[in-house]
Design a protein around this ligand. Structure first.
Ligand code: THU
Length: 122
């Protein structure tokens, strides 16, 4: 497990913009290059427009040139929501680490978290 990556996610969570839920989430994704990209949840007064921490981290990696297969692992300070699981599947993350509600830190593959995931038909 990547203690360092989870520590980065926890530190990032402090910079979340979550004035509506007050639920601060952080994420940190490690690319094959070794670079780490952080993300936080960013909420909006029009509630559905908010974005999750995992997705902002992955989006930052994409801005820097990463695509599916370039992201080795991600640590998140909370269990990823269903929509984010589809993103983790899309970008073929190797490993997804987060603390369970009780505090136990666990790691999964995207396939573990989203079995029978949907893909665009070829
Ligand atoms: N949230 C995340 O950032 N990631 C998840 O996978 C679960 C939910 C955020 C979205 C919203 O800003 C807040 O947590 C409460 O739902």
């Amino acid at each position: 497990m990547s203690d360092d990556l989870l520590a980065r996610a926890q530190a990032a969570a402090g910079r979340a913009y979550a004035p509506y839920s007050n639920y601060l989430v952080g994420a940190a994704v490690r690319a094959r290059s070794g670079r780490i990209y952080e993300g936080v949840n960013v909420e909006n007064a029009a509630y559905p427009l908010g974005i999750c921490a995992e997705r902002t981290a992955i989006a930052c990696a994409v801005v820097d040139g990463c695509g599916p297969g370039d992201l080795v692992e991600i640590a998140i300070t909370a269990s990823p929501c269903g929509g984010c699981r589809q993103w983790l599947h899309e970008f073929r993350l190797g490993r997804v680490t987060f603390p369970r509600a009780g505090g136990e830190v666990v790691s999964f593959t995207p396939g573990d978290l989203l079995p029978e995931a949907w893909d665009l038909p070829a």
